[in-house]
Design a protein around this ligand. Structure first.
Ligand SMILES: [Zn+2]
Length: 93
């Protein structure tokens, strides 16, 4: 399976877990805290993945996406892995 397909599966599983957790614990006294905690854990996981997943050729993080905006170069983070490296064009598997 390609990395992008795996990434989609991870996102779908995350969303299902989020919905189940959200509907399951929201009525508890500290249910919203659990949902916030889940979000924080997800964010940490995403940041780890974002910094660890690097292009095999140029070593740039593959989720970092350079964009031109009003002549400035801005970087945004994408959630889904691109099929090619944004920096050198290397195909990512
Ligand atoms: Zn690259």
């Amino acid at each position: 399976m390609e990395r992008r397909a795996k990434h989609k599966v991870v996102l779908i599983v995350w969303f299902i877990v989020f919905l189940l957790l959200g509907s399951g614990v929201w009525s508890f006294q500290a249910g919203h805290l659990m949902v916030i905690g889940f979000f924080m854990a997800s964010l940490v996981g995403y940041m780890l993945a974002a910094f660890l997943m690097r292009c095999p050729k140029c070593r740039m993080p593959v989720l970092l996406r350079p964009r031109k905006f009003l002549g400035m170069e801005l970087f945004t983070w994408s959630i889904l892995t691109p099929t090619h490296c944004r920096h050198c064009g290397e195909r990512l598997k």
